[in-house]
Design a protein around this ligand. Structure first.
Ligand code: SF4
Length: 411
């Protein structure tokens, strides 16, 4: 599912718009017991099904210009739609934009992507996170070329048989690329519907109901535009904070606005605990300008990506006892190990993965030009590091280690 994202707006400000809208559009009457709001709406509010035509008319005037989106009158390009949808999984529109443009330049067609080595694809993907998506992207391109002659299937069922395409992504591609009446419910759409219907259940429990409402609302005419209009409405008007209700084409139909508390929807379930994991990372720099790296296992977190050697990451990691036991041993000659002097860099590197936050202490060592890499590790020239499939957390580690302000000896 895509993450919800906001978009730039000018006048009026969100705060103004929300204040004004709450005053001017609210339907008179007492605020009722929240537990019965949804039932009341279901029971026959004539405006429960907001008018698709009103949203499409709004979309025709205010649609976002996005690098992967076909201009009005243009036929959408399935490869571009698919690429953008995979990139947008768990990543914001703003973050994806530059990656998408670079990636498309490098791999302009599904055939070119399928023919590229996986490593090249992962390098181009580096920085977008969730690297399983990069690997699936490559596998999917190969499947489209090998099994479908380079043409994406045009149904949800057909799309879901491809690697890395789940129900949401299949629906989004089917709707946007092929104008199918598929129901694509991302975070933006969930928020819009939860507010329109003032759904009181926590979002996790409300998903089936939201989907049902979304299916009922989807028109048979221009379903692809409708899907994108819903996404745009959530991203630019019905934003998580201070929705600009006065500008919303559905403000008269919105139950949450009538009750004066749109921002409180969708309700969230209490967050699950995500205990901090800790570990240490080792940045070995050869005197002739090379950095010691290794490739992570194909399966699992950051699978197939490049990293500097690290300890395991776990909750009970104890820096002073465990760290240097796992430091790589470097051999300058055939006749023995180089006595590597590891220096702890002040501060820590922090990074947040979906399921846990991570804190890494960083050790640095400078080793002679002839030092040989331990088994399963390799040297990469520092000048070529930008071309490695280095995930963000490792970019932070290297930057932290090589920051002259941190590595300068104390005077
Ligand atoms: S759908 Fe969102 S933006 Fe529109 S009126 Fe309701 S809360 Fe406001």
């Amino acid at each position: 599912m895509r993450v919800a994202g906001g978009g730039p707006r000018k006048k009026p400000t969100r705060a103004q718009a929300h204040r004004v809208s709450s005053r001017t559009v609210r339907v008179s009457g007492p605020i009722r017991d929240p537990s019965i709001r949804a039932a009341e709406e279901d029971a026959g509010n004539a405006k429960l099904n907001p008018d698709a035509a009103a949203l499409l008319a709004w979309y025709d005037r205010h649609r976002r210009v996005l690098p992967w989106r076909a201009a009005p009158g243009e036929t959408p390009h399935p490869y571009r739609v698919w690429l953008s949808e995979i990139m947008l999984q768990q990543t914001t529109v703003k973050a994806v934009g530059p990656y998408y443009v670079r990636f498309l330049k490098r791999f302009p067609t599904v055939e070119r992507l399928a023919a590229a080595p996986l490593d090249d694809v992962l390098k181009a993907w580096a920085g977008l996170g969730y690297y399983a998506r990069g690997r699936n992207l490559h596998a999917c391109a190969r499947a489209v070329v090998a099994q479908h002659g380079g043409k994406f299937p045009d149904t949800e069922e057909g799309l879901q048989k491809l690697p890395g395409i789940g129900p949401y992504t299949a629906a989004a591609i089917a709707a946007i690329a092929f104008d199918r009446p598929a129901v694509a419910v991302d975070g933006n759409v969930e928020r819009v519907i939860a507010r329109l219907c003032a759904i009181d259940e926590p979002l996790s429990a409300a998903k089936p109901r939201i989907r049902e409402v979304a299916a009922r609302m989807t028109p048979s005419r221009r379903p692809g535009d409708f899907a994108q209009a819903m996404m745009d409405l959530g991203a630019t008007i019905c934003t998580p904070k201070q929705p600009a209700c006065i500008l919303c084409p559905w403000n008269e139909a919105c139950a949450a606005l009538r009750h004066g508390d749109p921002e409180t929807f969708p309700h969230k379930a209490p967050k699950a605990e995500r205990p901090l994991r800790r570990g240490a990372a080792f940045v070995a720099v050869r005197a002739d300008g090379f950095l010691l790296v290794r490739t992570r296992p194909e399966k699992g977190l950051l699978g197939g990506m490049t990293e500097v050697p690290t300890t395991a990451w776990h909750q009970n990691f104890c820096d002073s006892h465990e760290a240097l036991d796992d430091a790589p041993r470097l051999a300058p000659r055939r006749n023995g190990w180089h006595e590597t002097k590891w220096r702890r860099i002040p501060g820590v590197v922090t990074h947040t993965f979906t399921h846990f936050p991570l804190e890494l202490t960083v050790y640095v060592a400078t080793v002679p030009a002839g030092a040989r890499a331990p088994a399963a590790m390799r040297w990469v020239a520092l000048r070529d590091l930008h071309g490695e499939a280095l995930p963000n957390v490792m970019r932070k580690v290297v930057a932290h280690a090589l920051d002259p302000a941190r590595t300068r000896p104390a005077s």
